[in-house]
Ligand binder design. Structure first.
Ligand code: E4P
Length: 214
């Protein structure tokens, strides 16, 4: 499973990029607004840091507006992937964009049927929101399992991005469920490194080394 960063913060992306294991970035209007910057400016800066898909979301809710925004954004850089909300117009737009060879990421997916529609439209990626589904008392990880089974049954090429990841256990669970990608906030990426026994082990090795040198 690949790991994308779910952020529009350049400092976080620079730190993540330095690891060499982050293969993409997802943004959304809330994340861009949090930075108080222009969407096009931010995605271009991200494209200079990460060599992989960078999701930029359209604001329009109507088919024509979505396609127009998508065409403009996709011209910015070959790695720009157009995030489109899971609606009637959104699915129409994804179908049109896929026929034009423009990469898409269908977002705000909360059911297996929504993921099926996205795949039928030729979406490059689908983003089921694991954490937000958990918040409503449903099982976000189980949704990933369902989508994986459906995509395998029919050999759909659409890749599953497990989104709305809230903690390291989510990452393990969606990896086991077969997600192609987990897009994680920077905080979760740092939490994935941590284990008290790793820290204790390093301290003990260093202490033993120092003692031998005395
Ligand atoms: C997905 O691409 C979204 O940007 C994101 O994962 C939403 O996560 P949230 O529920 O933490 O806002």
């Amino acid at each position: 499973m690949e790991i994308f960063l779910d952020t529009a913060n350049i400092e976080e992306i620079k730190k993540g990029a330095s690891l060499g294991i982050i293969s993409g970035v997802t943004t959304n209007p809330s994340l861009i607004a949090r930075e108080g910057r222009d969407l096009k400016e931010v995605v271009m800066e991200i494209a200079g840091l990460i060599d992989g898909p960078i999701s930029a979301e359209v604001i329009s809710l109507e088919y024509e507006g979505m396609v127009k925004e998508a065409e403009e954004l996709s011209k910015l850089h070959p790695n720009i992937t157009i995030k489109i909300p899971m609606t009637w117009d959104g699915v129409r737009a994804v179908k049109t964009l896929s026929q034009k060879g423009i990469k898409t990421n269908v977002t705000l997916v909360f059911s297996a049927n929504q993921a099926l529609l996205a795949a039928l439209a030729g979406a490059t990626f689908v983003s089921p929101f694991v954490g937000r589904l958990d918040d409503t008392g449903h099982d976000g990880v189980y949704l990933i399992e369902e989508i994986k089974a459906i995509y395998e049954n029919y050999n759909f090429k659409t890749k599953i991005i497990a989104a709305s990841i809230r903690h390291p256990l989510h990452v393990t669970q969606v990896a086991k469920a077969g997600a192609d990608i987990a897009t994680v906030p920077f905080k979760v990426l740092t939490q994935m490194f941590a284990h008290p026994q790793t820290k204790e082990g390093i301290e003990k090795f260093l202490a033993d080394w120092q003692a031998m040198k005395r």
